[in-house]
Design a protein. Structure first.
Length: 671
């Protein structure tokens, strides 16, 4: 009796096994062996890589087979060797949804024969031409129509040359048409094909987006009253002028009264305190209602339509939690976990305690109705034009719930984008991306030195994590005012803006706090804002002369003008002999449809907000596509200045009191 896992007898092996010599390994992009899809987006090709090798010296040929899951026919694209048995190629995607691809490799007998022939490694020549003629006749037998006739003619020519002029046969053997025909009709038997791997392709905004967050109740131009959705609509030209394409609104629902938080998060609210928008639910309704002070659902519909007219999408916050006054607390008491005294335990994030928020109990026996109710919340807002959601603390809800919900939503609405706000352990953040979140918040806020930034962004863009995790970089949020912004002044805000907007294809700011340089913490050592908008209505003077609105506008214009900044995969870091300077580049060629242009952007940032820093940059010219260029011109897209550099080593100096960064467009010689 054969033991479990034993190799089957030769007689039981498929007849093709003995000739299947190539080995395929290390296929990317793949996620957990294909159990979850890699991520793709319209406007960029899916880049496929694999290690392909075989025994002996025969040459190999590789290709990628691909199709949309709804199609039955496979298409093919070439894979090319790039060294050390590693192969790379790409295939275009023109539709959203699930795609599949597989890597195929075969022994290239004709290519191996031709290579040896050209190298003079075969003798006698007349015999080798007969070998080649036989290989071509075998290909002709596999071909049909004109290809069969042309291959037959080439075979006859090689055979004739073997008898009359072997030297003439060399030229015929290398004829480009013959090479094309032989590649088209290779012997299929020594071929190996990998498993088919999934890729989930989303619309372009999942790959490239600029987010602007604001609180509607602080959008009033009149300091004497809180803002409304109509005020947000009036603010849209300002947001569009800054160059943002997603306007993200914190929860706009009724706010509970019970245990309402006061200003600066005080346990006891005072009369008139509006409470935290994340304490969702009250007498006016729950997650599908709008706070009466903000307006009506008709006002919201007008806002969404007006935003669309300015090429802006409205993103809503999905915060699946309830205030003690939410209708669900009475209607579905079993959706909440109760303590022995019958009370409901409030939300906690030690050492923080949120008495104004009840978490949902996802372990309830009634979990199916709970899941459906939450899906209905998403569907309600989709029906009102929302296609982008920022999801609050998804890591505090079951991961299988998100996998189910996202699949359900995408089945009917593949255009929906979900951003995971999960500042938690890396493996959980990564798993949320695997189950379907389009984008993810990151640790960027807490990575401030050049070394930290290089290590972290390299991990996000150059390792297998990049196959499924799309970073969205935020220098600030309503919850996070990093110490660097508290103490670094205007130069720190400028540097962090340039870093977020150029290191990441997607980034966001919490405004107007960002452009108006809000930097006072609630107390020393805290990342909470003093007078936080989470607990009170603020009035912002958008016309302040020290506003960063001009720089935001300029940086976003650069992002939209340069395809290199609209993706993350080409990010490369360059050496510099000063540990306060960070230098990196991104490149992009024409898009899969042939549009666009060859684009390279080089960025240098001084992370020291207090002193000028200088150093010598050591450029990787191959990463910049500048091999062989003696000189090249750098156009600073922030100042308009032009600099001529020569070779890989060049000098830079950045004064934070002037501008802490260069964003260079490299003008190629003769381009």
């Amino acid at each position: 009796m054969a033991r479990e896992g034993a190799v089957p007898p030769v007689a039981d092996l498929p007849r093709t096994v003995g000739r299947a010599r190539p080995v395929i390994a290390g296929v990317r992009p793949t996620v957990d062996g294909g159990s979850a899809p890699a991520k793709g987006a319209l406007g960029e090709a899916v880049v496929v890589e694999a290690d392909i090798f075989a025994d002996g010296q025969d040459e190999l040929a590789g290709e990628v087979r691909f199709r949309h899951e709804e199609d039955s026919r496979w298409q093919t694209a070439a894979l090319e060797p790039v060294g050390n048995d590693h192969w790379r190629g790409e295939f275009p995607v023109t539709r959203t949804g699930r795609h599949r691809f597989a890597v195929r490799a075969t022994v290239d007998r004709f290519g191996s024969w031709l290579g040896a022939l050209r190298a003079g490694a075969v003798q006698p020549l007349d015999v080798e031409l007969l070998v080649g003629a036989e290989l071509v006749r075998q290909a002709a037998a596999r071909a049909k129509g004109p290809d069969r006739r042309r291959l037959g003619a080439f075979a006859d020519g090689l055979q004739a040359a073997a008898a009359t002029g072997p030297e003439d046969g060399l030229e015929l053997a290398g004829h480009p048409e013959l090479g094309t025909l032989m590649a088209r009709h290779r012997d299929p038997l020594p071929t190996v094909t990998s498993q088919a791997y999934p890729v989930e392709v989303e619309r372009a905004r999942a790959r490239f987006s600029s987010w602007y967050e604001l609180f509607p109740r602080s959008a009033s131009p009149d300091p004497g009253r809180p803002g409304t959705l109509a005020d947000v609509e009036a603010r849209l030209p300002y947001v569009a002028g800054l160059g943002f394409d997603i306007l993200y609104l914190p929860p706009i629902h009724p706010i509970g009264v019970t245990a309402r938080k006061g200003r600066n998060g005080a346990r006891q609210a005072q009369p008139g305190d509006p409470g935290s928008p994340w304490a969702i639910g009250g007498a006016a309704g729950g997650h599908t209602a709008i706070h009466p002070d903000l307006g009506t659902i008709a006002d919201f519909d007008r806002l969404v339509a007006a935003a669309a007219g300015l090429a802006i999408e409205v993103a809503l916050d999905l915060a699946f939690q309830c205030s003690p006054d939410h209708p669900w607390v009475c209607e579905h008491p079993d959706w909440f976990r109760r303590l022995p005294d019958g009370s409901i335990r409030p939300a906690e994030n030690p050492p923080k305690r949120y008495e104004d928020i009840f978490p949902l109990d996802f372990e309830t026996a009634d979990w199916r109705r709970l899941w459906e109710a939450l899906r209905e919340v998403v569907e309600f807002w989709i029906d009102h034009g929302v296609r982008v959601f920022r999801v609050d603390n998804p890591h505090t809800k079951p991961l299988r719930f998100w996998e189910w919900l996202i699949a359900e939503v995408r089945a009917a609405h593949p255009e929906v984008i979900m951003l995971a706000e999960a500042f938690t352990r890396p493996r959980i953040m990564e798993h949320l991306a695997k189950v379907g979140f389009s984008q993810s918040y990151t640790y960027f806020t807490w990575r401030n030195s050049p070394r930290e930034l290089e290590e972290y962004l390299t991990e996000l863009t150059r390792t297998p994590v990049a196959d499924y995790f799309r970073p969205n970089l935020w220098p600030n949020t309503p919850d996070i005012l990093h110490e660097s912004l508290q103490s670094g002044g205007r130069p720190a805000f400028e540097a962090r803006l340039v870093l977020a907007a150029t290191l990441g294809a997607s980034y966001g700011v919490y405004g107007p706090a960002f452009e108006l340089l809000e930097h006072q913490a609630r107390q020393p050592g805290s990342e909470e804002y003093l007078d936080s908008e989470k607990y009170e209505v603020r009035h912002w003077d958008l016309d302040r002369p020290d506003s960063l609105a001009g720089l935001l506008t300029q940086v976003n214009a650069v992002r939209h003008a340069h395809p290199a900044l609209q993706q993350d995969r080409s990010l490369r870091f360059h050496g510099v002999d000063n540990d306060q300077l960070l230098v990196y580049s991104k490149t992009a060629g024409p898009s899969p449809d042939g549009a666009g242009f060859d684009d390279t952007v080089l960025v240098a940032v001084n992370v020291d907000p207090r002193a000028a820093q200088a150093g010598t940059v050591s450029l990787d010219l191959s990463a910049l596509r500048l091999e062989g260029a003696e000189t090249f011109v750098l156009h600073d897209l922030l100042t308009g200045a032009r600099y001529e550099w020569a070779g890989p080593r060049n000098y830079i100096r950045l004064d934070p009191e002037v501008v802490p960064a260069h964003i260079f467009h490299i003008e190629r010689p003769g381009g």
